[in-house]
Design a protein around this ligand. Structure first.
Ligand SMILES: Cc1cc2nc3c(=O)[nH]c(=O)nc-3n(C[C@H](O)[C@H](O)[C@H](O)COP(=O)(O)O)c2cc1C
Length: 207
């Protein structure tokens, strides 16, 4: 289980979720610099690396319709739900895997299904328990290829569900042309952007 309070001095306001299977890879490097930006804005964050978590994929049992919570699985999402409810800021970063987010990120996003309310009978209208609370998010993706087309639907696969849940995406951060593990550290402009976006998210949710 990977709950790491990255900043003890400030009350955490941002949940930062990494979805790369590669420890020390490009997503990890960028997440670290994003958190440095959050800290610069005098906010704290909780970092979660999905590869270290036990998160069972949603099985569509609809049990969450009764209680509003996922009561089917007693896994690491239980603690993560608390962070999501408490913090108004969210940062998601995934490497591009086959034109899409990684399986880890997809598994995580699907388990946010319990935050939706549906009007019966279904199909019908729906709403989110997280809506209208000033929630804001930054989404980032790292790709080997230099052409944005080769990123496929990666950013949209995070953007659409987060918007549906009630987050305003204040920044999309596509990082292109990076293959080797940790290589992104050699690109100061990209690193600077990660820090700036961390600072930006923190400032927007503090204000
Ligand atoms: C299974 C797999 C699928 C990939 N698919 C793509 C892809 O569709 N487009 C792309 O540009 N890069 C693709 N890549 C390359 C990674 O996105 C790239 O190496 C990235 O820098 C990895 O980030 P990480 O170090 O954070 O894991 C793929 C890598 C793997 C392992």
């Amino acid at each position: 289980m990977a709950f790491e309070i990255t900043e003890n001095l400030f009350k955490p306001k941002v949940l930062a979720v990494g979805a790369s299977p590669r420890k020390g890879g490009n997503s990890d490097v960028l997440l670290g610099h994003f958190l440095a930006g959050v800290k610069r804005a005098s906010a704290g964050a909780v970092e979660i690396q999905l590869r270290d978590c036990q998160i069972t994929p949603c099985i569509g049992c609809e049990l969450c319709r009764q209680s509003g919570q996922c009561t089917r699985f007693n896994d690491d999402m239980v603690g993560i739900y608390k962070n999501i409810i408490e913090f108004r800021g969210l940062f998601l970063i995934s490497p591009v895997h086959n034109y899409n987010i990684t399986a880890w990120m997809k598994g995580f996003i699907d388990r946010l299904y319990c935050f939706y309310d549906f009007v019966e009978p279904r199909p019908g209208k729906w709403s989110s328990k997280l809506a209208n609370q000033g929630r804001k998010a930054v989404i980032a993706a790292v790709a080997e290829q230099s052409n944005k087309e080769e990123m496929g639907v990666t950013l949209e696969a995070m953007e659409k569900p987060l918007e549906a849940l009630g987050y305003t995406i204040i920044q999309k951060f596509p990082v292109l042309g990076i293959f080797e593990k940790g290589k992104v550290a050699d690109y100061p402009e990209i690193i600077r952007s990660a820090e700036l976006y961390g600072e930006k998210l923190a400032r927007e949710i503090i204000s």
